[in-house]
Design a protein around this ligand. Structure first.
Ligand code: SF4
Length: 282
């Protein structure tokens, strides 16, 4: 079996979603990429910035940043399906672009790790006993001049919410299996806030996580039914399969049936007056 962190997380959230994703089941409605546009653009930029521009010691002017970003933005808009008239769409394409442009400039200024980092570093590990393959892609792997190593995961979220610490545990474990030592630090880089939140971990934390991962792997292998788990952690709201998920449709139907019936109201044609004494019919 091959397992990435997102597949592991998918299975924990909902086995049915995991099954659909792993088996390439097409969602009945193509999901809009609106909410991921900011992240896609800023990640694409910093991959090129870290791996190419900084390594070539090219000094970037704001004009050059704009030129590079524009090209990337056009590419992203050409290759992603976005429903711009969805009711929750708050920002235009140009507003998203401008947010990324400003945040790129601020992040370049805010941090000095860029010249010691590599971006989108892939690690694949074949486990000895089971021959299962684990894989991951680190947003940033930093080899500091003092010999310390950091793993950073970039986040484009608009809020610094509760972090998904297991994601970093997974990456730390992968680094450990590959390098036979722990990285010194691991954290989340919030692009919109130019903030890095580091997490606490030690060897025991990672060994405990490895044991949990083994249990989940075993559960996936033994699972014959991949039952849907509706409504846990709002995952259905962001699930690409929500429109054709029978379990979710049934749960929503049940919920709507449980709602209190509306109070009967007979309109007799009178004019309504909203007075301080309350609603009156004149
Ligand atoms: S809509 Fe919810 S229950 Fe259905 S597959 Fe997606 S996450 Fe699972």
């Amino acid at each position: 079996m091959i397992l990435s962190y997102s597949q592991y997380k998918s299975y924990i959230e909902c086995p049915k979603k995991y099954f659909n994703e792993v088996h390439g089941v097409e969602p009945s409605e193509k999901p809009s990429a609106y909410f991921s546009l900011y992240g896609k653009l800023i990640e694409m930029f910093f991959k090129t910035y870290t791996n190419v521009i900084v390594k070539n010691q090219t000094e970037l002017t704001d004009f050059m940043v704009d030129k590079i970003l524009r090209k990337m933005w056009e590419n992203i808009l050409d290759t992603n399906y976005v429903v711009w008239n969805d009711p929750w769409v708050k920002e235009s394409s140009e507003q998203i672009y401008n947010s990324v442009y400003n945040d790129v400039l601020k992040n370049i200024q805010a941090f000095s790790f860029w010249k010691h980092a590599r971006s989108e570093v892939s690690i694949n590990i074949v486990l000895k006993k089971t021959f299962d393959t684990l894989n991951c892609r680190l947003d940033f792997l930093i080899n500091n001049p003092d010999g310390t190593v950091e793993i950073l995961d970039g986040k484009g979220t608009s809020k610094i919410g509760k972090p998904d610490i297991e994601q970093l545990y997974f990456y730390i474990l992968m680094y450990l299996l590959h390098n036979k030592k722990l990285p010194d630090k691991a954290g989340f880089l919030y692009y919109r806030y130019q903030t890095i939140n580091y997490i606490n971990f030690d060897m025991q934390t990672i060994v405990d996580y490895k044991n949990k991962l083994s249990i989940v792997k075993k559960a996936i292998k033994e699972d014959k039914t991949f039952q849907p788990k509706v409504g846990i952690s709002k995952q259905c709201k962001w699930c690409a399969y929500e429109h054709n998920c029978e379990a979710l449709i049934a749960k929503r139907k049940l919920k709507s049936e449980k709602k209190k019936p509306a109070l009967p109201f007979e309109f007799n044609g009178g004019v309504l007056s909203f007075s301080p004494r309350g609603l009156e019919i004149l």
